[in-house]
Design a protein around this ligand. Structure first.
Ligand code: ANZ
Length: 942
């Protein structure tokens, strides 16, 4: 009989030999390679549920398929194991994160192997292993020791910058002029150590900056943005202040344009590319300087995407943090302005942007519109963000909704400078009684003669031309992308390879890497904004008086480059050997969740580009093709509880009562009927609960499809499924649920179908399998039919082979499973036991159901199906060579004859009349008439 449990165990043990030698990739430069990568998991304490391995099964199928097609396949797995949950668990239990992480990894690995996933475990990596994070730190140093030369749009070693300023000062480095002015070699030489540091820091790709953190003094900790809601801590609701702290920042913005540009060549889902484009947020517009009326030496530089509307600017707004605020505010307005500045300081940016009612304060100052010379008031308001554009805007309330709201509240003029499409100026003006309109499809009005009558795009170009000529502005491209805040005030992360001497940061010598995370027995926050690592006094204070950086890296760091380490995991001297890197990169297929659309995928691209510029990797992008698997949803079960009573009502009757729905563990429910005893045993408070059942005595639940999550009590553990049905049924079912990229609900009942399919397949090899049902599994010799297959059998096989190959290559796995089912049904119908048919079928099915296929392969007398050759389909077997002709005798169908497709009308007539079945009806007579409709039917009239 078919016994998946024993078969699984046997083959999994076999594959595991010599650290999974069966799946080891060869660093064989002469064979075509295929690098297939899964987004590696964070090994959480709760283990895998059936939703997690969906992508892993898909990649395993592709990896096994590619192997059968002769590729040298690299399919590795590892652990993204730094992060907050492990640290929080440590705080709660006192168990060191390294220990809990190790335990979780073992559980995960065991679960993955239980599904028969063929990973090259020899290359396993773990981001918390010092031998791994040594290289994360090494990359940090490379990034720190680089600057982005805008002239060539490339990162270069910082030494090249030092060399240049030592020789020529910074006159040829315009990107540094705004902050440092222009200095020559002599002046550079006279800079103090601190000044030189500051200059280099302004150019380095990793730099220190004073960044505001969310400091919650009641909790004694710094909080992440997600942990703060409406200015209060999510936990406990305590006030959160924003206070500046020196933190590491990565200059990802230097790469904005390349990150955007290179998306074009990637074979990624369009939706993910679009999210990256939006995140980078390129915005083409203009900068224009508006002189301050009272003080013409000062001017307010604004950024606008609508230079065409410049004559409609009726006021201006500065961000409250803008440096001109203090300079231009009049004495009368000073108090009000200062108060407003103070208020907005503690508002997070997100809230400021979302802010519904516009607020602001007049500075008392006026500016002059350089185009139409209008004198307009200058306000401050928190909907203008300091870090975007120039932190100052011209406000055109007629055509910008936010400015419109502001103008209405503060009673400022609203002057249209574009018509609304084809509407007249008067009609357009009327629109403004209700709201602003963008006017992008209108014509310019109320402006200067040079642009009146033009359309919006023409007017914009013209204004940019004018301000450029006047020397007061230019066309610019801005990006929404912000530099990447790279410090965390946490324990469980990579230490920075940085020490401070006299308050200035210095890199640790590469030879001293890794900087090992010190053991701490107390990971709790320090009660001050200082990170927990500051408690490791001996570690922090070095003998030479310098001190270590006590922030740690964010949990994105390790995943920015892990795919490179799999290529050469044990190299003690290099991140990755250049030969191996050239051979294996880039990743041919990356599969993972869409939740990583921006952060991980953008950060990894950024690091890769820096490494590329510096010559450590040979491709400008790491992941050529990306697929997002869908989510497997859970089916939750709800029961109804009488409010404030320990009584539950069956779903059928819940409407008659005042109830609230609560989720119950799905393992207490079968076909929407609750097992009351199991439920009572669940929690002490339900022990004495009362139940109002349906009239038939059952207690019904309501099902709902939602995310699969431990907190919804709707998770299904893959081990449970593998134990009951075997790993192959589990794999086939996950694939059968629907297209890989779709989200779909899990329904354990559905698994019977694929399980029956496997039993049927087994019966093709052992027709007497059912007689052995219930007996322990023991291998018996196979008796296959060694005869040549018929055309029909070949057609069935090759139809499957074709579908299998084409659909795997299109990542359509669900349809391969149905095709395999059809194939097995057809072969069963024909009682086909031909070796020539079953062998190729088993090879082609093996990526999906490796255990049963490996067993049958072995029984057929071979070894290691993984190393077999994928059977090519042959089109000639698929062509229909015959046509089925119904033959009518005197209007009644008397026979159906399969005749060669190539037969002529005469041949058809001859073959029909010669046919024994037909002759029975002719009774020796010569027909009066024979009508052959070619390809369709034959009519005989007697
Ligand atoms: C005048 C104007 C007229 C604008 C109009 C828009 C419509 P994106 O596409 O997001 O780049 N702006 C510029 N800097 C800002 C800042 N720091 N904080 C808040 N808003 C800012 O949008 C750029 C537009 O957003 C700019 O164009 C500016 O308003 C505003 F009919 O200038 B506009």
């Amino acid at each position: 009989m078919f016994n998946p449990k024993e078969i699984d165990a046997f083959w999994q043990a076999e594959w595991a030999k010599n650290n999974y030698a069966y799946f080891h990739a060869q660093d064989n430069i002469n064979r075509p390679k295929f690098y297939i990568l899964d987004m590696f998991p964070f090994p959480s304490g709760s283990g895998l549920h059936v939703g997690h391995p969906l992508g892993y099964i898909a990649t395993d199928i592709i990896a096994r398929y590619k192997k059968l097609r002769g590729y040298n396949v690299l399919h590795p797995m590892g652990w993204d194991a730094f992060g907050l949950p492990a640290e929080q668990y440590a705080i709660e239990t006192g168990i060191h994160p390294a220990i809990s992480t190790q335990k979780n990894i073992e559980t995960y690995k065991c679960q993955l192997n239980r599904i028969g996933l063929g990973y090259d475990w020899q290359r396993e990596i773990n981001t918390t292993d010092p031998q791994y994070y040594k290289w994360t730190q090494w990359i940090f140093l490379k990034i720190y020791n680089s600057w982005f030369d805008e002239r060539i749009q490339k990162a270069r070693p910082i030494e090249t910058l030092i060399e240049e300023v030592e020789k020529h000062g910074n006159k040829n480095i315009p990107q540094s002029h705004a902050e440092f002015g222009i200095f020559d070699a002599y002046m550079w030489d006279k800079f103090s150590e601190k000044e030189k540091h500051a200059f280099l820091s302004s150019q380095r790709l990793a730099y220190l900056a004073d960044i505001e953190v969310n400091w919650c003094s009641a909790l004694g900790t710094v909080l992440a943005n997600e942990e703060v809601k409406d200015g209060l801590s999510e936990r406990g609701g305590h006030p959160v202040e924003r206070i500046p702290m020196k933190q590491w920042v990565m200059r990802i913005t230097a790469y904005s344009s390349r990150l955007l540009e290179d998306l074009k060549d990637l074979d990624w889902p369009e939706s993910i590319k679009e999210m990256q484009r939006n995140w980078i947020g390129q915005s083409k517009g203009a900068e224009i300087a508006f002189p301050v009326a009272e003080n013409p030496h000062l001017s307010i530089k604004i950024f606008t995407t609508r230079a065409d509307t410049v004559c409609g600017a009726t006021f201006m707004i500065l961000a409250p943090e803008h440096e001109l605020v203090a300079k231009i505010t009049t004495p009368e307005q000073k108090n009000a302005v200062e108060q407003y500045v103070h208020q907005s300081k503690n508002k997070p940016e997100r809230e400021r942007i979302a802010n519904k009612t516009k607020t602001g304060v007049f500075t008392g100052a006026y500016a002059i519109n350089p185009i139409n010379k209008a004198k307009i008031p200058v306000y401050i308001a928190d909907y203008v963000i300091a870090g975007y554009g120039t932190g100052a805007i011209m406000c055109v309330p007629a055509h910008d909704e936010r400015d419109y709201e502001f103008a209405k509240i503060y009673n400022l003029p609203i002057i249209p400078v574009l018509t609304d499409g084809d509407k007249s100026a008067e009609e357009s003006q009327k629109m403004l009684e209700k709201h602003a309109y963008n006017g992008l499809d209108g014509k310019v009005i109320n402006s200067i003669p040079e642009i009146n009558g033009l359309n919006s795009a023409q007017a914009e170009n013209k204004i940019i031309e004018i301000v450029t000529q006047m020397g007061i502005g230019k066309g610019v491209i801005n990006y929404k992308l912000r530099d990447w805040l790279f410090s965390r005030q946490r324990y469980w992360g990579e230490p920075f390879p940085i020490v401070y001497k006299n308050g200035l940061p210095y890199p640790v010598d590469e030879k001293e890497l890794p900087v090992i995370l010190p053991e701490l027995s107390d990971y709790k926050p320090t009660g001050t904004p200082e990170p927990p690592l500051s408690k490791a006094k001996n570690w922090v204070h070095l003998p030479d008086g310098s001190t270590r950086e006590t922030n740690t890296m964010p949990n994105w760091a390790g995943s920015c480059w892990y795919f490179l380490r799999y290529i050469d995991p044990n190299n003690p001297n290099q991140l990755v050997s250049p030969d191996k890197e050239k051979y294996w990169m880039n990743v041919d297929l990356y599969v993972g969740g869409a939740e990583h659309a921006v952060l991980h995928l953008l950060y990894a691209r950024f690091w890769h580009k820096v490494l590329y510029d510096l010559g450590y990797v040979s491709h400008k992008e790491p992941f050529q093709k990306l697929i997002n698997q869908g989510m497997i949803l859970g089916v939750s079960e709800y029961i109804y509880k009488l409010k404030s009573e320990n009584t539950f009502v069956s779903y059928g009757k819940h409407k008659d009562y005042d109830t609230q729905a609560i989720r119950v563990n799905i393992h207490f429910v079968q076909d929407n009927v609750l097992d009351i005893e199991k439920f009572k045993a669940w929690r002490p408070e339900y022990k004495d609960a009362e139940f109002i059942c349906d009239d038939d005595g059952s207690f019904k639940t309501r099902s709902e499809v939602e995310k699969m999550s431990k907190t919804y009590y709707n998770v299904i553990n893959p081990d449970e499924i593998c134990d009951k049905y075997g790993a192959d049924a589990f794999r086939l079912y996950e694939m059968f649920l629907g297209p890989l990229t779709d989200s779909k609900p899990w329904n354990t009942n559905g698994i019977d179908g694929v399980y029956r399919f496997l039993k049927k397949l087994w019966r093709l090899f052992y027709p007497d399998a059912d007689q052995h049902e219930g007996k322990p599994y023991s291998r018996r010799p196979l008796q296959l039919d060694e005869n040549e297959p018929t055309a029909e059998e070949l057609k069935i096989l090759h139809t499957f082979l074709k579908k299998c190959q084409e659909d795997i290559e299109n990542y359509a796995f669900n349809t391969v499973v149905s095709a395999a089912m059809i194939c097995v049904n057809e072969l069963s119908r024909l009682n086909c036991r031909k070796r020539a048919i079953l062998e190729p079928f088993i090879i082609a099915l093996s990526p999906f159901a490796p255990h049963i296929c490996e067993e049958l392969w072995f029984l057929m007398g071979y070894k290691q199906i993984f190393n077999a050759k994928f059977p090519e389909y042959n089109d000639t077997y698929l062509v229909e060579n015959t046509i089925r002709y119904p033959v009518q005798v005197n209007g009644k169908v008397r026979a159906n004859l399969d005749l060669p497709k190539s037969a002529t009308t005469e041949e058809v007539q001859r073959l029909v009349l010669e046919n024994a079945d037909v002759q029975k009806y002719l009774q020796g007579k010569t027909p009066k008439k024979v009508i052959v409709v070619p390809g369709k039917i034959v009519n005989i009239v007697l």
